[in-house]
Design a protein around this ligand. Sequence first.
Ligand code: NDP
Ligand code: GDR
Length: 360
Amino acid sequence: MSKVALITGITGQDGSFLAELLLEKGYEVHGIIRRSSSFNTGRIEHLYIDELIKDMHIKRKINLHYGDMTDSSNLIRLIQQIQPDEIYNLAAQSHVKVSFDMPEYTADTDGIGTLRLLEAVRLLGMEKKTRIYQASTSELYGKVQEVPQKETTPFYPRSPYGVAKLYGFWITKNYRESYDMFCVNGILFNHESERRGETFVTRKITLAAARIAQGKQEKLYLGNLDAKRDWGYAKDYVECMWLMLQHNKAEDFVIATGEMHTVREFATLAFKEAGIELEWQGTGIDEKGIDKKTGQVLIEVEPRYFRPAEVEQLLGDPTKAKTLLGWNPRKTSFKELVKIMVKHDMKFVAKEDRIKKAFD
Ligand code: NDP
Ligand code: GDR
């Protein structure tokens, strides 16, 4: 009998990579999707469309169910019906800047949503059957109290998102300690990919670099160029989520590369991959990224992208995951990550244009 997994947030960056990994491992995979007036399944279509075409008996590789983290009765019904051995709670309003605009919704989905899921498992008497992974985050460290950050570093969140995820972290730990449930927190540092949402800084940069290189965009506007992040590759990180649920003991882990770069460095490297050498001039909001060859200003600072409270730097220490889970934090280097994203977006942007023309 294959194991049964339920993924909340299956349509997101991590959900799509995790679904692929679990299918490879022979799992029966279920996912919760939100009803939307437009398609939100772009990242997972290949996991069921191919199968639909091949086999008209509709032998789907993944099973999708409508649901929402704000709806308890829906979560209870789905968990009862699916009887999962493992739940990966990846669903969240995951944009830090947007959480300042939608603090209550973010708290409801990211904080109380986690409680709803844990309670559903407990109320159904599945505490001993179902293992739960909670998508915690380096944003918990916020205004950092120690460098690098590890499992014992105190938290100091700096956004409604960080505060909502703080509740998710502690309620997961509390259910583990109160009801002896196998529920764990993965404190994941930023991880990116060619499937990253287009408003997160890395993807915004790689898409802009590709469009500018192909003459389809003039300028890129960014916020804080000095922010430093520990950026890894999402495909490597979902492996850790799975490893944490296979571990013999329920415990929390920091997942990071142990290397930190500024937004400016990411942009410099991404533009280089797209064939453009940047040089930086000016300081603060007057800083500009200039094409060395043509002298054209390609990047400007736009105060609209600054946050009311910023997380200036994050650097994780993955020693525990390395030692206890045998995970390799340097599988994909920073340089390789940028290369993967720019290579993808150069093709994506070229195709985007062909699609647009087809509808003209
Ligand atoms: P994405 O934003 O790409 O995906 C979020 C997913 O959650 C989407 O499937 C989205 O659905 C779904 N979702 C949002 N709100 C709800 C809701 N109310 N009910 C049900 N589903 C909902 O995030 P990532 O894949 O990047 O991240 C996965 C998780 O890991 C998130 O919890 C995030 O906070 C956390 N995390 C991410 C890190 C990163 O660097 N990527 C680092 C640390 C933690 P839809 O497609 O319909 O919008
Ligand atoms: P983050 O990711 O807030 O770390 O949260 P994001 O890519 O949005 O920002 C990273 C840093 O870049 C700075 N920045 C900009 N950010 C965006 N989005 N747009 C810009 O134009 C821009 N210019 C500079 C930001 O100020 C910030 O310092 C991500 C999410 O995936 C969370 O869900 C997750 O928990 C954390 O990573 C770990």
